[in-house]
Write a protein that binds this ligand. Structure first.
Ligand SMILES: Cc1cc2ncn([C@H]3O[C@H](COP(=O)(O)O)[C@@H](O)[C@H]3O)c2cc1C
Ligand SMILES: O=C(O)c1cccnc1
Length: 341
């Protein structure tokens, strides 16, 4: 059960912001984040959203066969090993914010040796090709959702007070574009992007593949028919965090498209999510607009893994910190011109 945000705590946070020694609204969107955190925690000031935990959900994609990514599929598995060895960008950024890193295999097309930090919940070895039929069955999507939910529950039980989404799956920007079309009504040409870096010819082909995927899967559940196993797992992770009243910082276009699926299941859950950044993928902007989320930073990142979400974490902590640490006009003896008016 996902409860709505606590409006009394939000009103209290807003009122408290207006008593702090700064012009009203001077912290812009950060004030909205603080109010949102109060609504999530149902108390103002809200607890600082730390420690933070990153879960990277990994899965492969049958649509890779269509030539939609310049990278070979085995890079998914190789990058999982890299995350576990601590060598990826996500590890560097996680270290900076003190985030734990958990890697979850929900659908890698290969065998991964057991390792600390790896959660093995493989539903199948990659999805089927979404341009030929459904990527997976609804039962498989549900199993991946359950894996995501289980990981969120475990991280929170271990003490995390903020979660970040991460993904790894070569060709997953194709599945993301298809999901975004299905949930927002946008056209493939508007939301399909260059992913890991493709030329104009490959982009035109990728748009045609997304168009075909939407045609052949019309009338089916979009998450199962068009998504990846990591999209389904992220959707489950997002819904469980909302149920547990824990904020989640969304990463890029994969998280954004998974969030559309999760919001279609439980619209109330979107109140628990914060858009860490705006990725360079055009579909990400469309997804965030549909979700009503404002990205905190725009660095033209196009990496995934959770990197943009991790970079935004200090901003989210700072938003809460203001409500704890900044003096009021009364306490500091500063004249409040707005109270005089
Ligand atoms: C070395 C490497 C590291 C990555 N880390 C994240 N991604 C990102 O790129 C992939 C999606 O892009 P596309 O749809 O174009 O294949 C995903 O795996 C995503 O997480 C990476 C991609 C590569 C190659
Ligand atoms: O938006 C993202 O997160 C993204 C973009 C390109 C490739 N992988 C991920």
């Amino acid at each position: 059960m996902i409860s709505p945000l606590d409006h009394a705590a939000m009103a209290e946070a807003r009122a408290h912001h207006d008593r702090l020694t700064k012009p009203r609204g001077a912290l812009g969107a950060l004030e909205d984040v603080a109010v949102q955190l109060a609504g999530i925690a149902a108390v103002s000031p809200p607890p600082l959203p730390e420690p933070v935990a990153l879960a990277i959900f990994a899965g492969d994609h049958g649509v890779h066969d269509q030539g939609v990514s310049p990278w070979p599929q085995e890079v998914t598995q190789q990058m999982v090993a890299n995350f576990l060895a601590g060598g990826a960008v996500a590890n560097a950024f996680a270290g900076q914010v003190g985030a734990s890193v958990t890697v979850v295999d929900v659908g890698v097309n290969g065998d991964l040796p057991e390792a600390p930090g790896l959660v093995s919940r493989k539903v199948r070895r990659g999805t089927a090709d979404l341009s030929l039929g459904p990527a997976m069955t609804e039962a498989e999507a549900l199993r991946a959702r359950e894996a995501g939910a289980e990981v969120a529950e475990r991280l929170v039980a271990q003490g995390a007070r903020c979660l970040v989404t991460g993904d790894m799956g070569i060709a997953n920007t194709t599945a993301s574009a298809a999901l975004i079309c299905a949930y927002t009504g946008k056209q493939p040409g508007e939301v399909t992007g260059r992913g890991t870096g493709i030329d104009d010819a490959m982009l035109a082909h990728k748009i045609a593949i997304v168009t075909r995927a939407l045609e052949v899967n019309q009338g089916r559940d979009p998450l199962a028919a068009l998504g990846g196993l990591e999209h389904a797992a992220i959707a489950g992770y997002l819904l469980k965090a909302a149920e547990l009243r824990i904020p989640v910082i969304l990463d890029g276009v994969i998280a954004g498209s998974a969030a559309l699926a999760a919001a279609a299941i439980e619209p109330e859950a979107a109140g628990y999510w914060i858009a860490g950044h705006r990725s360079a993928e055009p579909g990400h902007t469309a997804a965030l607009a549909h979700l009503g989320l404002r990205p905190l930073v725009d660095l033209e990142l196009r990496l995934g893994e959770g990197t943009g979400g991790l970079l935004a974490h200090p901003l989210v902590v700072a938003a809460a910190r203001v409500l704890h640490e900044v003096a009021t006009f009364d306490a500091a003896g500063v004249t409040d011109k707005e109270a005089l008016a």
